[in-house]
Design a protein around this ligand. Structure first.
Ligand SMILES: Nc1ncnc2c1ncn2[C@@H]1O[C@H](COP(=O)(O)OP(=O)(O)OP(=O)(O)O)[C@@H](O)[C@H]1O
Ligand SMILES: [Mg+2]
Length: 225
């Protein structure tokens, strides 16, 4: 059984006057430890798919299995438990809290974690070292460059030690050099055993992955190994 499996997943949004079917039967397997890239034109359904993979939303129909557990029809509470246990998110817009320091931003996901707290601060500092920000811990996001802010977001995504890292356009706001820095950090996480899925418009960014899928109009139209 793959780590993650989607069978014939559809997603339809109901707007006031119409139904919009965004995903039209997605079949996707992701193996443990894999580095996968997803490309596709704007509006093709990539972020919608990432929201489903990340348990931020539920499919309209289809089967959905994570780590041997059927999760297609779980409640919001059950999904949020799965998210905090398995998944770390990195987004294009970083989504850092503006008034919190780097250290506080990275610590945030641990607030919902009921495990003993003694080692948490140590772990946050260790992660900030891994992303090269140990000398910026007391800074606010506005005092950081875009690349540094994204590194804070990556450290935050890793703090609960998730198996799966989902990155939706993680380099969308960054220049080429900074994009390469961010992608080498994500590659390092992959080498450390994480499963990584990245959505991107940039073929160079996709080049870091082991496998590429393309989405057109809500369907996977191409898979390359
Ligand atoms: N909550 C929603 N309600 C209604 N329609 C939605 C919703 N979310 C997404 N859509 C529609 O689904 C389609 C796909 O959106 P999605 O964000 O998945 O595209 P995308 O491939 O990520 O595009 P981009 O590359 O621009 O980020 C769009 O037509 C969008 O309008
Ligand atoms: Mg998107």
């Amino acid at each position: 059984m793959p780590f993650f499996l989607m069978e014939n997943i559809t997603k339809t949004f109901n707007l006031a006057a119409e139904e919009v079917q965004v995903l039209k039967g997605i079949n996707l397997e992701i193996n443990r430890g894999e580095f996968l890239a997803i490309m596709g034109t704007s509006g093709s359904g990539k972020s919608t798919l990432m929201h489903l993979i990340g348990c931020l939303d539920v499919p309209t129909s289809g089967r959905f299995v994570l780590d041997d557990r059927e999760i297609s029809h779980l409640s919001d509470n059950e999904l949020s438990l799965i998210r905090s246990r398995y998944i770390g998110f990195v987004f294009q817009n970083f989504y850092l809290l503006p008034y919190a320091t780097v250290l506080e931003n990275v610590s945030l996901p641990t607030l919902y974690d009921e495990k003993k707290t003694d080692n948490k601060k140590k772990r946050v500092i260790e992660l900030l070292k891994q992303v090269g920000l140990e000398d910026r811990m007391g800074f606010k996001p506005s005092q950081l460059s875009g690349g540094q802010q994204q590194r804070v977001a990556i450290a935050r995504a890793l703090v609960n030690d998730p198996e799966l890292i989902l990155a939706d356009e993680p380099t969308g706001q960054l220049d080429d050099k900074t994009s390469r820095e961010i992608m080498s950090i994500l590659s390092k996480m992959h080498q450390n055993g994480k499963t990584v899925v990245v959505v991107t418009h940039d073929a160079d960014v996709a080049g870091y992955a082991q496998r590429l899928i393309r989405i057109t109009d809500g369907m996977i139209c191409d898979q390359t190994l």
